[in-house]
Design a protein around this ligand. Structure first.
Ligand code: SF4
Ligand code: SF4
Length: 576
Protein backbone atom coordinates (compact mmCIF):
# COMPACT_ATOMS: atom_id res chain seq x y z
CA UNK A 1 0.00 0.00 0.00
CA UNK A 2 1.26 3.48 -0.81
CA UNK A 3 2.10 5.24 2.45
CA UNK A 4 -0.05 8.21 3.42
CA UNK A 5 3.01 10.45 3.49
CA UNK A 6 3.87 9.64 -0.13
CA UNK A 7 0.29 10.39 -1.22
CA UNK A 8 0.31 13.78 0.53
CA UNK A 9 3.76 14.59 -0.85
CA UNK A 10 2.68 13.69 -4.39
CA UNK A 11 -0.49 15.78 -4.16
CA UNK A 12 1.41 18.66 -2.65
CA UNK A 13 4.10 18.65 -5.33
CA UNK A 14 1.44 18.34 -8.04
CA UNK A 15 -0.43 21.33 -6.59
CA UNK A 16 2.81 23.31 -6.45
CA UNK A 17 3.59 22.54 -10.10
CA UNK A 18 0.05 23.25 -11.27
CA UNK A 19 0.13 26.63 -9.54
CA UNK A 20 3.47 27.39 -11.18
CA UNK A 21 1.93 26.41 -14.50
CA UNK A 22 -0.91 28.89 -13.92
CA UNK A 23 1.52 31.66 -13.03
CA UNK A 24 1.63 33.02 -16.55
CA UNK A 25 -0.04 35.98 -18.18
CA UNK A 26 -3.02 36.23 -17.97
CA UNK A 27 -2.87 34.83 -14.42
CA UNK A 28 -6.34 33.57 -13.41
CA UNK A 29 -7.81 35.65 -10.59
CA UNK A 30 -8.83 32.58 -8.63
CA UNK A 31 -5.43 30.88 -8.62
CA UNK A 32 -3.24 31.45 -5.53
CA UNK A 33 -0.11 30.88 -7.60
CA UNK A 34 2.26 32.03 -4.83
CA UNK A 35 0.59 30.00 -2.08
CA UNK A 36 3.55 27.72 -1.32
CA UNK A 37 6.01 30.59 -1.09
CA UNK A 38 3.80 32.17 1.54
CA UNK A 39 4.10 29.07 3.71
CA UNK A 40 7.85 29.31 4.22
CA UNK A 41 8.57 30.57 7.76
CA UNK A 42 12.02 31.79 6.72
CA UNK A 43 10.45 33.98 4.04
CA UNK A 44 8.14 35.37 6.71
CA UNK A 45 10.84 36.00 9.33
CA UNK A 46 13.56 37.27 6.98
CA UNK A 47 11.30 39.52 4.91
CA UNK A 48 9.34 41.03 7.78
CA UNK A 49 12.54 41.77 9.71
CA UNK A 50 14.35 43.25 6.70
CA UNK A 51 11.36 45.33 5.61
CA UNK A 52 10.47 46.28 9.19
CA UNK A 53 6.81 45.96 8.37
CA UNK A 54 4.19 43.28 8.80
CA UNK A 55 3.39 41.63 5.46
CA UNK A 56 -0.11 40.22 5.67
CA UNK A 57 0.35 38.08 2.55
CA UNK A 58 2.90 35.97 4.45
CA UNK A 59 0.55 35.20 7.35
CA UNK A 60 0.04 31.54 6.26
CA UNK A 61 3.60 30.87 7.45
CA UNK A 62 2.44 31.71 10.99
CA UNK A 63 -0.06 28.87 10.70
CA UNK A 64 2.75 26.52 9.68
CA UNK A 65 4.76 27.60 12.74
CA UNK A 66 1.74 27.07 15.00
CA UNK A 67 1.07 23.62 13.58
CA UNK A 68 4.74 22.74 14.02
CA UNK A 69 4.32 23.17 17.77
CA UNK A 70 1.71 20.42 17.63
CA UNK A 71 2.90 18.15 14.84
CA UNK A 72 6.64 18.78 14.66
CA UNK A 73 8.26 19.32 11.27
CA UNK A 74 5.33 17.94 9.29
CA UNK A 75 5.89 20.71 6.73
CA UNK A 76 9.25 19.18 5.80
CA UNK A 77 7.90 15.66 5.59
CA UNK A 78 4.66 16.36 3.75
CA UNK A 79 4.31 19.79 2.14
CA UNK A 80 7.68 21.23 1.20
CA UNK A 81 8.24 20.87 -2.58
CA UNK A 82 11.99 21.02 -1.98
CA UNK A 83 11.76 18.07 0.39
CA UNK A 84 9.64 16.05 -2.04
CA UNK A 85 11.94 16.84 -4.94
CA UNK A 86 14.90 15.75 -2.85
CA UNK A 87 13.14 12.51 -1.94
CA UNK A 88 12.69 11.85 -5.66
CA UNK A 89 16.24 12.71 -6.64
CA UNK A 90 17.65 10.93 -3.59
CA UNK A 91 16.03 7.75 -4.80
CA UNK A 92 17.67 8.14 -8.19
CA UNK A 93 21.05 8.99 -6.70
CA UNK A 94 21.03 6.18 -4.19
CA UNK A 95 19.75 3.27 -6.31
CA UNK A 96 22.29 0.53 -5.56
CA UNK A 97 23.91 -0.47 -8.82
CA UNK A 98 23.11 -4.14 -8.32
CA UNK A 99 19.63 -3.56 -6.92
CA UNK A 100 17.98 -2.84 -10.23
CA UNK A 101 19.27 -6.01 -11.92
CA UNK A 102 16.83 -8.88 -12.26
CA UNK A 103 13.97 -7.00 -10.62
CA UNK A 104 10.83 -6.04 -12.42
CA UNK A 105 9.42 -2.60 -11.83
CA UNK A 106 6.57 -3.95 -9.74
CA UNK A 107 8.80 -5.68 -7.20
CA UNK A 108 9.89 -4.07 -3.97
CA UNK A 109 13.52 -3.27 -3.34
CA UNK A 110 15.18 -4.49 -0.19
CA UNK A 111 14.89 -0.94 1.15
CA UNK A 112 11.12 -0.93 0.59
CA UNK A 113 10.27 -4.35 1.96
CA UNK A 114 9.87 -4.33 5.75
CA UNK A 115 10.55 -8.04 5.96
CA UNK A 116 13.84 -7.81 4.07
CA UNK A 117 17.11 -7.64 5.95
CA UNK A 118 18.09 -4.11 6.76
CA UNK A 119 20.76 -2.66 4.51
CA UNK A 120 23.80 -1.16 6.14
CA UNK A 121 23.36 2.59 6.61
CA UNK A 122 24.91 4.90 4.04
CA UNK A 123 27.97 6.78 5.10
CA UNK A 124 26.84 9.84 6.97
CA UNK A 125 28.65 13.08 7.56
CA UNK A 126 29.25 14.07 11.14
CA UNK A 127 26.17 14.97 13.09
CA UNK A 128 27.99 18.18 14.00
CA UNK A 129 27.13 19.28 10.48
CA UNK A 130 23.57 19.80 11.69
CA UNK A 131 24.73 23.00 13.24
CA UNK A 132 25.36 24.47 9.83
CA UNK A 133 21.69 25.05 9.13
CA UNK A 134 21.27 26.93 12.40
CA UNK A 135 24.29 29.07 11.59
CA UNK A 136 22.84 29.90 8.17
CA UNK A 137 19.57 30.78 9.90
CA UNK A 138 21.25 33.11 12.40
CA UNK A 139 23.25 34.71 9.61
CA UNK A 140 20.08 35.44 7.62
CA UNK A 141 18.14 36.71 10.65
CA UNK A 142 20.95 38.99 11.85
CA UNK A 143 21.36 40.52 8.40
CA UNK A 144 17.58 40.97 8.21
CA UNK A 145 17.50 42.76 11.57
CA UNK A 146 19.82 45.34 10.01
CA UNK A 147 17.51 45.67 7.03
CA UNK A 148 19.28 43.47 4.46
CA UNK A 149 17.51 40.39 3.17
CA UNK A 150 19.61 37.35 2.30
CA UNK A 151 16.61 35.02 2.43
CA UNK A 152 17.05 34.28 -1.26
CA UNK A 153 20.36 32.54 -0.62
CA UNK A 154 18.84 29.56 1.18
CA UNK A 155 15.06 29.69 1.49
CA UNK A 156 13.98 26.24 0.23
CA UNK A 157 10.76 27.56 -1.27
CA UNK A 158 12.54 30.36 -3.07
CA UNK A 159 15.22 27.98 -4.36
CA UNK A 160 12.87 25.27 -5.54
CA UNK A 161 10.55 27.76 -7.24
CA UNK A 162 13.56 29.15 -9.07
CA UNK A 163 14.56 25.61 -10.01
CA UNK A 164 11.24 24.76 -11.60
CA UNK A 165 10.48 28.14 -13.16
CA UNK A 166 13.88 29.23 -14.44
CA UNK A 167 15.38 25.86 -15.25
CA UNK A 168 12.91 22.99 -15.60
CA UNK A 169 10.17 24.91 -17.38
CA UNK A 170 12.43 26.42 -20.09
CA UNK A 171 14.07 23.02 -20.66
CA UNK A 172 10.68 21.30 -20.87
CA UNK A 173 9.30 23.86 -23.32
CA UNK A 174 12.40 23.56 -25.47
CA UNK A 175 11.96 19.80 -25.64
CA UNK A 176 8.22 20.12 -26.21
CA UNK A 177 8.76 22.54 -29.06
CA UNK A 178 11.34 20.24 -30.63
CA UNK A 179 8.81 17.39 -30.39
CA UNK A 180 6.15 19.54 -32.07
CA UNK A 181 8.62 20.37 -34.81
CA UNK A 182 9.33 16.69 -35.43
CA UNK A 183 5.62 15.87 -35.50
CA UNK A 184 4.72 18.78 -37.79
CA UNK A 185 4.83 16.81 -41.08
CA UNK A 186 2.60 14.13 -39.59
CA UNK A 187 0.17 16.75 -38.25
CA UNK A 188 0.03 18.41 -41.66
CA UNK A 189 -0.53 15.07 -43.29
CA UNK A 190 -3.43 14.35 -40.92
CA UNK A 191 -4.74 17.88 -41.38
CA UNK A 192 -4.35 18.62 -37.65
CA UNK A 193 -3.67 22.28 -38.17
CA UNK A 194 -3.85 23.06 -34.45
CA UNK A 195 -0.88 20.75 -33.90
CA UNK A 196 0.92 21.68 -37.09
CA UNK A 197 1.12 25.35 -36.17
CA UNK A 198 1.28 25.03 -32.38
CA UNK A 199 4.20 26.75 -30.71
CA UNK A 200 5.35 26.73 -27.12
CA UNK A 201 6.44 29.85 -25.30
CA UNK A 202 10.17 29.39 -24.85
CA UNK A 203 11.61 31.61 -22.16
CA UNK A 204 15.34 31.93 -21.55
CA UNK A 205 16.99 33.16 -18.40
CA UNK A 206 20.46 34.45 -17.80
CA UNK A 207 21.37 32.39 -14.74
CA UNK A 208 20.38 28.96 -16.01
CA UNK A 209 23.87 27.45 -16.00
CA UNK A 210 24.50 28.55 -12.45
CA UNK A 211 21.16 27.12 -11.33
CA UNK A 212 21.88 23.84 -13.05
CA UNK A 213 25.26 23.46 -11.36
CA UNK A 214 23.86 24.50 -7.98
CA UNK A 215 21.05 21.96 -8.07
CA UNK A 216 23.27 19.20 -9.45
CA UNK A 217 25.47 19.79 -6.41
CA UNK A 218 22.48 19.74 -4.02
CA UNK A 219 21.04 16.60 -5.58
CA UNK A 220 24.35 14.76 -5.65
CA UNK A 221 24.79 15.28 -1.90
CA UNK A 222 22.35 12.39 -1.59
CA UNK A 223 25.34 10.13 -2.21
CA UNK A 224 26.42 10.93 1.36
CA UNK A 225 23.05 10.92 3.02
CA UNK A 226 19.38 11.18 2.14
CA UNK A 227 17.92 14.67 2.42
CA UNK A 228 21.38 16.13 2.94
CA UNK A 229 20.01 19.61 2.31
CA UNK A 230 17.25 19.20 4.89
CA UNK A 231 19.46 17.67 7.54
CA UNK A 232 22.40 20.01 7.37
CA UNK A 233 21.77 23.12 5.33
CA UNK A 234 18.14 24.28 5.26
CA UNK A 235 17.56 27.38 7.42
CA UNK A 236 13.78 27.00 7.14
CA UNK A 237 14.20 23.50 8.54
CA UNK A 238 16.31 24.99 11.36
CA UNK A 239 13.59 27.52 12.19
CA UNK A 240 10.96 24.78 12.25
CA UNK A 241 13.30 22.65 14.39
CA UNK A 242 13.57 25.43 16.97
CA UNK A 243 9.77 25.73 17.12
CA UNK A 244 9.17 21.97 17.06
CA UNK A 245 11.68 20.80 19.65
CA UNK A 246 8.95 19.15 21.75
CA UNK A 247 5.95 18.60 19.48
CA UNK A 248 2.74 17.56 21.19
CA UNK A 249 2.29 14.65 18.80
CA UNK A 250 5.56 12.82 18.54
CA UNK A 251 7.32 9.54 17.96
CA UNK A 252 6.85 7.12 20.83
CA UNK A 253 8.43 3.67 21.19
CA UNK A 254 6.76 0.95 23.30
CA UNK A 255 8.51 -1.62 25.40
CA UNK A 256 8.06 -4.28 22.73
CA UNK A 257 11.03 -2.71 20.91
CA UNK A 258 13.72 -5.35 20.33
CA UNK A 259 16.49 -2.84 19.68
CA UNK A 260 16.99 -4.22 16.19
CA UNK A 261 17.91 -0.76 14.86
CA UNK A 262 15.84 -1.04 11.68
CA UNK A 263 14.15 2.29 12.28
CA UNK A 264 17.42 3.99 13.05
CA UNK A 265 18.91 2.90 9.74
CA UNK A 266 15.82 3.80 7.76
CA UNK A 267 15.20 7.30 9.14
CA UNK A 268 15.90 9.78 6.32
CA UNK A 269 16.69 12.56 8.77
CA UNK A 270 18.92 10.53 11.12
CA UNK A 271 16.55 11.58 13.90
CA UNK A 272 16.88 8.28 15.77
CA UNK A 273 20.05 7.93 17.88
CA UNK A 274 21.87 4.69 18.75
CA UNK A 275 19.15 3.89 21.27
CA UNK A 276 16.14 3.53 18.94
CA UNK A 277 13.60 4.18 21.67
CA UNK A 278 14.76 7.78 21.80
CA UNK A 279 14.17 10.50 19.21
CA UNK A 280 15.77 13.78 18.21
CA UNK A 281 12.38 15.42 17.82
CA UNK A 282 13.54 18.62 16.18
CA UNK A 283 14.99 16.55 13.34
CA UNK A 284 12.00 14.27 12.92
CA UNK A 285 9.84 15.17 9.93
CA UNK A 286 7.07 12.73 10.96
CA UNK A 287 7.39 10.80 7.72
CA UNK A 288 6.67 7.60 9.71
CA UNK A 289 9.23 5.47 7.88
CA UNK A 290 10.12 4.10 11.33
CA UNK A 291 6.50 3.09 11.93
CA UNK A 292 6.37 1.20 8.64
CA UNK A 293 9.71 -0.53 8.99
CA UNK A 294 9.37 -1.68 12.60
CA UNK A 295 8.92 -5.51 12.57
CA UNK A 296 7.17 -5.54 15.97
CA UNK A 297 5.01 -2.40 15.54
CA UNK A 298 6.65 -0.76 18.52
CA UNK A 299 6.63 2.73 17.02
CA UNK A 300 3.65 5.07 17.00
CA UNK A 301 3.06 8.79 16.69
CA UNK A 302 0.79 9.95 19.48
CA UNK A 303 0.22 12.81 21.88
CA UNK A 304 2.84 12.83 24.58
CA UNK A 305 2.68 14.59 27.91
CA UNK A 306 6.39 14.21 28.53
CA UNK A 307 7.94 17.68 28.53
CA UNK A 308 11.21 16.72 30.18
CA UNK A 309 14.58 17.13 28.53
CA UNK A 310 15.42 13.44 28.09
CA UNK A 311 15.57 13.45 24.32
CA UNK A 312 18.91 14.19 22.74
CA UNK A 313 19.06 17.33 20.66
CA UNK A 314 21.46 19.07 18.38
CA UNK A 315 21.87 22.77 18.85
CA UNK A 316 24.53 25.17 17.73
CA UNK A 317 26.98 26.19 20.40
CA UNK A 318 26.27 29.64 21.71
CA UNK A 319 29.57 31.00 20.46
CA UNK A 320 29.00 29.67 16.94
CA UNK A 321 25.51 31.12 16.86
CA UNK A 322 26.90 34.45 17.96
CA UNK A 323 29.58 34.35 15.28
CA UNK A 324 27.02 33.50 12.59
CA UNK A 325 24.84 36.37 13.74
CA UNK A 326 27.83 38.71 13.71
CA UNK A 327 28.72 37.55 10.20
CA UNK A 328 25.17 38.33 9.06
CA UNK A 329 25.23 41.72 10.74
CA UNK A 330 28.67 42.40 9.28
CA UNK A 331 27.44 41.54 5.81
CA UNK A 332 24.51 43.88 6.25
CA UNK A 333 26.83 46.63 7.47
CA UNK A 334 29.07 46.17 4.44
CA UNK A 335 26.12 46.83 2.19
CA UNK A 336 25.64 50.21 3.84
CA UNK A 337 29.27 51.14 3.28
CA UNK A 338 28.70 50.58 -0.43
CA UNK A 339 30.99 47.55 -0.60
CA UNK A 340 28.08 45.27 -1.34
CA UNK A 341 26.16 48.13 -2.91
CA UNK A 342 22.68 48.09 -1.49
CA UNK A 343 20.72 51.04 -2.87
CA UNK A 344 18.42 53.46 -1.23
CA UNK A 345 16.92 56.33 -3.13
CA UNK A 346 16.71 58.28 0.09
CA UNK A 347 20.47 58.36 0.52
CA UNK A 348 22.50 61.11 -1.05
CA UNK A 349 24.95 59.86 -3.62
CA UNK A 350 22.69 57.00 -4.69
CA UNK A 351 24.63 54.77 -7.04
CA UNK A 352 21.85 52.73 -8.62
CA UNK A 353 23.22 51.47 -11.93
CA UNK A 354 21.96 53.76 -14.59
CA UNK A 355 20.72 50.92 -16.75
CA UNK A 356 18.86 48.90 -14.09
CA UNK A 357 15.15 48.86 -14.86
CA UNK A 358 12.87 47.22 -12.33
CA UNK A 359 9.44 45.76 -13.19
CA UNK A 360 6.52 48.22 -13.13
CA UNK A 361 5.16 48.69 -9.64
CA UNK A 362 8.43 47.76 -7.90
CA UNK A 363 8.84 49.27 -4.45
CA UNK A 364 11.62 51.81 -3.91
CA UNK A 365 14.92 49.95 -4.26
CA UNK A 366 15.75 49.57 -0.56
CA UNK A 367 12.34 48.05 0.17
CA UNK A 368 12.30 46.12 -3.07
CA UNK A 369 15.51 44.32 -2.13
CA UNK A 370 14.25 43.73 1.40
CA UNK A 371 11.16 42.00 0.05
CA UNK A 372 12.29 40.30 -3.14
CA UNK A 373 13.09 36.65 -2.37
CA UNK A 374 14.27 35.95 -5.95
CA UNK A 375 11.76 33.14 -6.39
CA UNK A 376 11.50 33.91 -10.10
CA UNK A 377 7.69 33.86 -10.20
CA UNK A 378 7.54 37.30 -11.85
CA UNK A 379 9.98 36.12 -14.51
CA UNK A 380 7.91 33.02 -15.07
CA UNK A 381 4.71 35.07 -15.38
CA UNK A 382 6.09 37.66 -17.80
CA UNK A 383 4.76 36.92 -21.30
CA UNK A 384 7.57 38.69 -23.11
CA UNK A 385 10.52 37.22 -21.18
CA UNK A 386 11.74 40.74 -20.53
CA UNK A 387 12.23 40.03 -16.83
CA UNK A 388 15.62 38.48 -16.23
CA UNK A 389 17.59 37.67 -13.10
CA UNK A 390 20.68 39.85 -12.69
CA UNK A 391 24.15 38.88 -11.55
CA UNK A 392 26.20 41.44 -9.66
CA UNK A 393 25.28 44.57 -11.63
CA UNK A 394 23.60 46.03 -8.55
CA UNK A 395 25.86 44.43 -5.95
CA UNK A 396 25.84 41.11 -4.13
CA UNK A 397 22.62 41.83 -2.24
CA UNK A 398 20.69 42.29 -5.48
CA UNK A 399 21.85 38.97 -6.92
CA UNK A 400 19.14 37.18 -8.98
CA UNK A 401 16.64 40.02 -8.57
CA UNK A 402 14.50 40.77 -11.65
CA UNK A 403 15.31 43.45 -14.16
CA UNK A 404 13.51 44.56 -17.25
CA UNK A 405 15.51 43.97 -20.44
CA UNK A 406 13.65 45.74 -23.25
CA UNK A 407 16.03 44.51 -25.91
CA UNK A 408 14.85 40.99 -25.10
CA UNK A 409 11.19 41.90 -24.83
CA UNK A 410 8.98 44.89 -24.05
CA UNK A 411 6.62 45.34 -21.11
CA UNK A 412 3.09 44.68 -22.39
CA UNK A 413 0.73 47.57 -21.62
CA UNK A 414 -2.14 45.15 -20.96
CA UNK A 415 -0.19 43.00 -18.50
CA UNK A 416 0.02 43.18 -14.71
CA UNK A 417 1.27 39.63 -14.20
CA UNK A 418 4.52 40.27 -12.31
CA UNK A 419 2.79 42.23 -9.56
CA UNK A 420 -0.05 39.74 -9.47
CA UNK A 421 2.24 36.78 -8.69
CA UNK A 422 4.84 38.39 -6.42
CA UNK A 423 4.39 36.66 -3.03
CA UNK A 424 5.93 39.37 -0.86
CA UNK A 425 4.67 42.52 -2.56
CA UNK A 426 8.14 43.57 -3.75
CA UNK A 427 6.25 44.33 -6.96
CA UNK A 428 2.91 45.87 -6.11
CA UNK A 429 -0.21 44.14 -7.37
CA UNK A 430 -1.63 47.02 -9.38
CA UNK A 431 -4.84 47.20 -11.37
CA UNK A 432 -4.28 48.01 -15.01
CA UNK A 433 -5.33 51.64 -14.58
CA UNK A 434 -2.55 52.10 -12.02
CA UNK A 435 0.05 49.99 -13.83
CA UNK A 436 -0.26 52.27 -16.86
CA UNK A 437 1.14 55.05 -14.67
CA UNK A 438 3.93 52.92 -13.14
CA UNK A 439 6.64 54.46 -15.24
CA UNK A 440 9.76 52.26 -15.27
CA UNK A 441 12.00 54.74 -17.06
CA UNK A 442 12.32 56.96 -20.09
CA UNK A 443 13.53 56.20 -23.59
CA UNK A 444 16.57 58.04 -24.86
CA UNK A 445 17.58 58.25 -28.49
CA UNK A 446 21.24 57.60 -29.22
CA UNK A 447 21.49 59.96 -32.15
CA UNK A 448 24.91 58.75 -33.20
CA UNK A 449 23.34 55.34 -33.95
CA UNK A 450 19.87 56.34 -35.08
CA UNK A 451 19.17 55.71 -38.77
CA UNK A 452 17.20 58.93 -39.04
CA UNK A 453 19.48 61.18 -37.04
CA UNK A 454 22.86 59.84 -38.06
CA UNK A 455 22.18 58.54 -41.56
CA UNK A 456 19.28 60.71 -42.62
CA UNK A 457 17.26 57.61 -43.47
CA UNK A 458 13.53 57.21 -43.36
CA UNK A 459 12.83 55.08 -40.29
CA UNK A 460 9.51 55.17 -38.46
CA UNK A 461 9.83 52.08 -36.33
CA UNK A 462 9.97 53.54 -32.83
CA UNK A 463 7.13 55.93 -33.59
CA UNK A 464 4.97 53.17 -35.02
CA UNK A 465 5.42 50.67 -32.23
CA UNK A 466 5.16 52.99 -29.22
CA UNK A 467 1.91 52.08 -27.41
CA UNK A 468 1.94 55.39 -25.50
CA UNK A 469 2.47 57.60 -28.57
CA UNK A 470 5.50 59.07 -26.86
CA UNK A 471 7.61 59.44 -30.01
CA UNK A 472 7.18 62.38 -32.29
CA UNK A 473 8.63 62.41 -35.77
CA UNK A 474 9.51 65.94 -36.79
CA UNK A 475 11.21 67.64 -39.61
CA UNK A 476 14.27 69.61 -38.66
CA UNK A 477 16.29 72.00 -40.71
CA UNK A 478 19.35 69.82 -40.76
CA UNK A 479 17.70 66.66 -42.08
CA UNK A 480 15.69 65.86 -45.15
CA UNK A 481 13.90 63.01 -43.38
CA UNK A 482 11.82 63.34 -40.21
CA UNK A 483 13.69 62.46 -37.04
CA UNK A 484 12.34 61.05 -33.76
CA UNK A 485 11.98 62.91 -30.46
CA UNK A 486 10.89 61.31 -27.18
CA UNK A 487 8.23 63.04 -25.12
CA UNK A 488 9.29 62.03 -21.60
CA UNK A 489 5.88 62.94 -20.17
CA UNK A 490 4.21 60.29 -22.33
CA UNK A 491 6.95 57.64 -22.13
CA UNK A 492 6.33 54.80 -19.65
CA UNK A 493 9.62 53.06 -20.36
CA UNK A 494 7.82 50.00 -21.73
CA UNK A 495 10.68 49.37 -24.15
CA UNK A 496 8.71 48.65 -27.33
CA UNK A 497 10.97 51.12 -29.16
CA UNK A 498 14.16 49.52 -27.86
CA UNK A 499 12.90 46.04 -28.66
CA UNK A 500 11.87 46.85 -32.24
CA UNK A 501 14.66 49.23 -33.19
CA UNK A 502 16.22 47.80 -36.37
CA UNK A 503 19.74 48.94 -35.47
CA UNK A 504 21.84 45.94 -34.54
CA UNK A 505 23.16 44.77 -32.16
CA UNK A 506 22.42 47.33 -29.46
CA UNK A 507 19.42 49.53 -30.11
CA UNK A 508 19.63 53.19 -31.10
CA UNK A 509 16.93 53.97 -28.55
CA UNK A 510 17.30 52.68 -25.02
CA UNK A 511 15.23 52.86 -21.88
CA UNK A 512 16.96 54.18 -18.79
CA UNK A 513 15.50 54.36 -15.27
CA UNK A 514 15.36 58.15 -15.54
CA UNK A 515 12.14 59.48 -13.92
CA UNK A 516 11.05 55.97 -12.88
CA UNK A 517 8.15 56.00 -10.43
CA UNK A 518 8.78 53.73 -7.43
CA UNK A 519 6.06 54.15 -4.82
CA UNK A 520 5.75 52.17 -1.58
CA UNK A 521 2.13 53.27 -1.18
CA UNK A 522 -0.37 55.56 -2.80
CA UNK A 523 -1.64 56.01 -6.31
CA UNK A 524 0.71 56.00 -9.27
CA UNK A 525 -1.87 57.86 -11.29
CA UNK A 526 -2.25 60.68 -8.79
CA UNK A 527 1.50 60.93 -8.30
CA UNK A 528 2.16 60.77 -12.03
CA UNK A 529 -0.39 63.47 -12.78
CA UNK A 530 1.20 65.65 -10.11
CA UNK A 531 4.51 65.20 -11.91
CA UNK A 532 2.95 66.27 -15.17
CA UNK A 533 3.05 62.84 -16.79
CA UNK A 534 0.57 62.02 -19.57
CA UNK A 535 0.61 58.23 -19.68
CA UNK A 536 -2.12 56.72 -21.82
CA UNK A 537 -2.09 53.65 -23.97
CA UNK A 538 -2.97 54.74 -27.49
CA UNK A 539 -4.20 52.26 -30.06
CA UNK A 540 -2.46 52.55 -33.44
CA UNK A 541 -5.54 54.02 -35.13
CA UNK A 542 -5.70 56.77 -32.50
CA UNK A 543 -2.04 57.66 -32.68
CA UNK A 544 -1.36 61.13 -33.90
CA UNK A 545 1.16 60.99 -36.60
CA UNK A 546 3.97 63.36 -36.79
CA UNK A 547 3.18 66.93 -37.47
CA UNK A 548 6.23 67.10 -39.71
CA UNK A 549 6.66 70.78 -38.96
CA UNK A 550 9.98 72.35 -39.53
CA UNK A 551 11.70 72.55 -36.18
CA UNK A 552 15.09 73.33 -34.92
CA UNK A 553 16.83 70.38 -33.30
CA UNK A 554 17.46 70.84 -29.64
CA UNK A 555 21.17 70.32 -30.06
CA UNK A 556 23.53 72.29 -32.18
CA UNK A 557 24.02 70.35 -35.38
CA UNK A 558 26.20 71.58 -38.13
CA UNK A 559 24.19 72.27 -41.30
CA UNK A 560 24.10 69.29 -43.58
CA UNK A 561 26.23 69.42 -46.67
CA UNK A 562 24.39 69.99 -49.90
CA UNK A 563 24.78 66.40 -50.99
CA UNK A 564 22.16 64.80 -48.77
CA UNK A 565 22.02 61.01 -49.21
CA UNK A 566 19.13 59.51 -51.14
CA UNK A 567 16.11 60.94 -49.33
CA UNK A 568 13.64 58.19 -49.90
CA UNK A 569 15.94 55.24 -49.60
CA UNK A 570 15.04 52.90 -46.82
CA UNK A 571 17.67 51.74 -44.35
CA UNK A 572 19.52 48.54 -45.12
CA UNK A 573 17.35 45.48 -44.64
CA UNK A 574 14.05 47.37 -45.15
CA UNK A 575 11.53 46.79 -47.85
CA UNK A 576 8.83 49.34 -48.70
S1 SF4 B 1 14.17 20.70 5.92
FE1 SF4 B 1 13.90 22.39 4.55
S2 SF4 B 1 14.05 21.56 2.51
FE2 SF4 B 1 13.84 19.92 3.88
S3 SF4 B 1 11.73 19.52 3.80
FE3 SF4 B 1 12.05 20.90 5.51
S4 SF4 B 1 11.79 22.94 4.76
FE4 SF4 B 1 11.95 21.56 3.02
S1 SF4 C 1 7.33 43.27 -16.89
FE1 SF4 C 1 5.50 44.02 -17.97
S2 SF4 C 1 5.03 42.41 -19.46
FE2 SF4 C 1 6.42 41.50 -17.92
S3 SF4 C 1 5.03 40.64 -16.37
FE3 SF4 C 1 5.52 42.69 -15.67
S4 SF4 C 1 3.83 43.96 -16.45
FE4 SF4 C 1 3.80 42.02 -17.61
Amino acid sequence: MIPFQRIVQTLSLAAFLILLGLAFFPVPDWAPVDAFLRLDPLVLAGTVLADRAWIAALAPAVLILALTVVLGRFFCGYLCPMGTTLDLTDRLARIPRSAGKGRSSGELSAQDDPSAPILPPPSQPSSGLRRVKYLILFFILAAAVLGVSTVFLASPLSLITRFYTLLVHPAASLLGDAALHVLRPLALHLDWTWAAYAELHQPRFTTQWFLLLFFLAVFSLARWSPRFWCRYLCPSGALLALVGRRPLIRRTVSETCTDCGACQRRCPMAAIPANPSRTIHEECIACQECVRICPVQAVTFQPSREFGGKTPSFSPQRREALLAGLAGAGTATLTYTGLLEVRDEMLPGDITPETLLRPPGSLPERYFLARCIRCGLCMRACPTNTLQPIWFQAGAVALFSPRLTPRRGPCEPECTACGRVCPTGAIRDLPLTEKTWAKVGTATILRHKCLAWEWNKKCLVCDEVCPYDAIDLRRVATHSQPVPFVDGRKCSGCGFCEYHCPVRAASAIIVEPMEALRLGAGSYKVHGQDMGLMLHVVSPDQAEYAPFDLETPDTAFAPLPDAVPDKDALPPGFTP
